[in-house]
Design a protein around this ligand. Sequence first.
Ligand code: ZN
Length: 347
Amino acid sequence: MSPLLKVEAPRAWFGPGRLVRNAAVVADSGVVTYAGPSATAPLGDEVIEIDGFLMPGVADRHVHIRLADPGAVLLGGVTAVRDLAWVPHEIFALADASELPSYTGPLIRAAGPMLTGPGGYPTKAGWAPRGTGRELSGPEDARAAVTELAGLGAAAIKVSLNSDAGPTPSDAELAAIVGTAHGSGLPVTAHVQGVGQAERAVGAGVDEFAHTPWSERLSDLLLQAAARTMRVVSTLDILSFGNVTPELRTACDNLVRFRAAGGQVVYGTDLGNGSVPPGIHVREALLLHEAIRMTREEVLTAMTAATLAPGTPADLIVLGGDPLERIEALGDLRLVVRGGKLVASGA
Ligand SMILES: [Zn+2]
């Protein structure tokens, strides 16, 4: 039997609507067995009492983990990531390794390469090693590529609809990608860049924008259609890195109206791109709160993949302050637990 880890904190947020005072979480073999008031918690073999705000570990839905330090990502409070474009043999091996208790980074799920047109993005991009883009040669090839990636364990299929940087998949290829992915139970996420590409994604039945669309102001009608079937991965800060740019303004305008139409937004940073820090990116969370006008609890919900409850992964963090009062508290990490194992405790 592995030792039971028990973490006690004066304030905890287990998930939407689940704020608990004097809380405890108990983990056994990487899984939560108890999350509730500490008064009624079972005993633990190893007990950590910490003065802070306990919440689930953060999930970053858009990273390029090979361009970052996985250890620093986990130490920074991010316990799970989704890699949205890398060389398949490298990234799927790393995703497999990340499931082992010996791995010192976050849990990694991966899309593999972006499916793109001949010479299309990201085949000529400076950040992308050979194989990060998979160039398609027709609908049959598109079907084969998706089937191959599904067999390798892809968590999603990524398609490159970047008309600013080169050819994109044809409409027939795009239809083949979406149809085959959905037949395999996989969502399709799209890098959308260039006028008209967001409309293509919506029309083709793509499930997710891998970035908030920033190339053009989208119509309310298109955003309403997108809100019914798609979600958006935020990645707002990469459009400005702390400044205000026309791209950021356009993206925020689109995202506010997407949310007003009922659309779902999840947190993602595009880690590996520019100066995005490893771990929790407080500025991305601040943008969601201040520019997109999400409540602090909505921001925490967008930043986490699972609630803390019996049966969920024992991935949690403790902060020095309360992010439901002040988002900046997300930058004040005191404890990180992944898979029921203490990764870091400080301050
Ligand atoms: Zn990216």
